[in-house]
Ligand binder design. Structure first.
Ligand code: ADP
Length: 571
């Protein structure tokens, strides 16, 4: 910074001595400018200002012709308020000092003759305080600039926040509206699915049931073939409907896993009961092998496990022309956590096999390897997609190993929660006796059964199925009639349709279980065409003991009846 000290005195000699002293004190640090009159001083200051030279201090003699020192300093102060003013004056001139203090913001006065050290200290201090003020001024200016910028920023920030808040509020409101609309649509969809399922299953129950009975009557070969075609098409139609319903539920995240306590051997036994006859009909050997270390009882989603196994087993039988189909259950790993055990289920066949390229595609929806116009095998191509989604929902893994032309092994591993109860109460829990399923039993005749069913076709169907299995039964058409009947007669088993007019099956079961006078040993098996998640729990909650989904399979009806008759005999 270029700094100049201005000295003003009309006496040239004093002026020069002042300059010499200051040069001696400050050396070349500062420039010393001289003026011999007030006018000259003002002109010098103006020039210096133009050249942007800093003048922190002006030393001025008081006694000068024309413009006295105090007046000159007050003018300089008016023009350059920061510049420190120092007056050189005699002792007797105190009133000038007072004037200069009041009008020129006099920094100091030096009495003539001044002391050199006094002069040095005064000038040094004046320059230091001037520079300090200057620095403070710069800082202040920078601070106010920053403050202004901050205020602008704050303003725009506040505006932005307000704008964003308004936008978010609008978005939240729009989201709420669409969420509510989606929930309404979802509820409508679930209701539609439940109703559609019921609507389709009710006539299908009759169609499939009667064709099952027809197949058992005396038909000639051609009639047998026609009936078998009806059965096969009906079953296909039903499985397509089930697949589509399941997939839409899985995709909507609506498929819930219902935990129930089950005996694994029972589950395998029931599956064997369904698939062994199919395998035998095709000339295949079917076996189910459960490794001895597999625990007996679990609390988990049995119906979903059955669904996956059913899909894999029916594929294995479908795609195998000769040879065998084997279902294996082994322990993969025992987990400390939650008393869980990872089971590996595998379904082996020596059927047509799958090429490596196709193996990576078949789990995708609607994928079938055989897409020729003369398709040999029926199906929707949804089965494996559903299996994979269910296994994933149960936190498991699914896969396939296959050699084209030789056979396939579909496997999945899932962690199942073991039941705390160690001993099974079911009669057939520890071993699988598939052969016992082929012929009807004789115990049936003594069992008292009541059928509660409003649909006339289904009434006849169930009665005939029971008759075929060796049982007889009474029939009533609604819950009201059932309660009247149950009040006078004792039954071992009630087969109770759930959806009925007047008094539905749930309410009937609840009222029956409430009445202490009625025979509480009676087993109630719910029959429902809804097949929606929650049905089973709903049945058990109102006091039913079991649940059979429509359309009723002869084998399932047989197995459940035998199970309950067996349990009652044990009790
Ligand atoms: P769908 O059986 O209804 O066609 P899936 O999703 O169950 O549908 O199976 C998809 C395809 O995977 C089948 O069409 C078939 O080509 C192939 N596939 C499934 N299981 C087997 C198997 N055990 N052996 C040979 N191919 C199979």
């Amino acid at each position: 910074m270029n700094i100049t000290i201005l000295c003003i005195d009309d006496e040239r000699l004093i002026l020069l001595s002042l300059r010499d002293q200051l040069t001696r004190i400050f050396g070349s640090d500062y420039t010393i400018a001289l003026a011999e009159s007030g006018e000259e001083a003002l002109a010098v200051l103006s020039d210096l200002e133009e050249s942007q030279v800093t003048v922190p201090v002006v030393i001025c003699d008081q006694v000068m012709p024309k413009l006295s020192g105090d007046r000159l300093l007050s003018q300089i102060h008016a023009l350059y308020p920061q510049t420190r003013t120092v007056l050189l004056t005699g002792l007797a001139q105190l009133d000038h000092v007072v004037y200069a203090v009041n009008n020129a913001n006099l920094y100091r006065y030096l009495s003539k003759p001044w002391n050199e050290i006094d002069l040095e200290l005064t000038v040094r201090e004046a320059i230091r305080s001037y520079l300090q003020d200057q620095q403070l001024m710069f800082q202040n200016a920078a601070l106010s600039q920053a403050n202004r910028q901050l205020a602008v920023l704050n303003n725009s920030l506040e505006q932005q926040v307000e704008q964003r808040t308004a936008e978010l509020r609008e978005q939240a409101a729009a989201l709420l509206i669409s969420k509510e609309a989606a929930e309404v649509a979802n509820r409508a969809k679930s209701e539609f699915l439940a109703n559609m399922s019921h609507e389709i299953r009710t006539p299908m129950t009759a169609i499939l049931g009667f064709t099952q009975l027809l197949e058992m009557s005396n038909l000639d070969d051609q009639q047998q073939e026609y009936v078998q075609r009806i059965t096969r098409s009906g079953e296909n139609l039903l499985s397509i409907i089930n697949d589509i319903l399941d997939l839409s539920k899985l995709e909507a995240g609506k498929l819930e896993l219902e935990s129930t306590e089950f005996v694994l051997a029972d589950l395998i036994y029931n599956l064997t009961g369904i698939f062994q006859p199919q395998a035998i009909a095709k000339g295949l050997r079917f076996s189910a092998i459960v490794a001895p270390e597999v625990p007996p009882r679990f609390v988990d989603s049995a119906n979903r496990l059955v669904q996956v196994l059913t899909n894999l087993l029916s594929n294995a039988i479908k795609f195998t022309a000769a040879g065998r189909v084997t279902l294996k259950v082994e322990v993969e790993q025992t987990l400390e956590q939650d008393n869980q055990v990872v089971l590996r289920f595998s379904v082996e066949d020596n059927g047509i096999g799958i090429t490596p390229t196709d193996q990576s595609r078949i789990f995708e929806p609607f994928t079938q390897v055989d897409t020729s116009s003369t398709r040999q095998y029926e199906g929707t191509g949804l089965g494996l997609t559903i299996c994979r989604k269910i296994v994933q929902l149960m936190n498991g893994k699914i896969g396939v190993e296959s050699t084209f032309g030789q056979g396939s092994t579909f496997w999945f591993t899932i962690a199942l929660k073991q039941s705390q109860r160690s001993k099974s109460t079911a009669s057939n829990s520890t071993s699988v006796h598939p052969d016992s399923l082929i012929s009807p039993t004789a115990v049936g005749s003594k069992t008292r059964i009541l059928v509660v069913e409003d649909n006339e076709f289904n009434q006849q169907l169930i009665i005939r199925m029971l008759k075929y299995l060796g049982y007889s039964a009474d029939v009533v058409s609604n819950g009201q009639e059932a309660l009247t009947q149950l009040a006078t007669c004792t039954y071992d088993i009630v087969l109770m349709d759930c959806q009925m007019p007047i008094l539905d099956g749930y309410e009937t079961a609840r009222l029956f279980r409430q009445d202490q006078d009625l025979h509480q040993q009676t087993v109630i098996i719910g029959l429902t065409a809804h097949a929606m998640v929650g049905d089973r729990n709903k049945c058990l909650e109102v006091g039913m003991d079991d649940y059979i989904s429509k359309p009723i399979k002869l084998e399932v009806l047989k197995t459940r009846l035998e199970y309950w008759i067996g349990s009652r005999a044990e009790a």
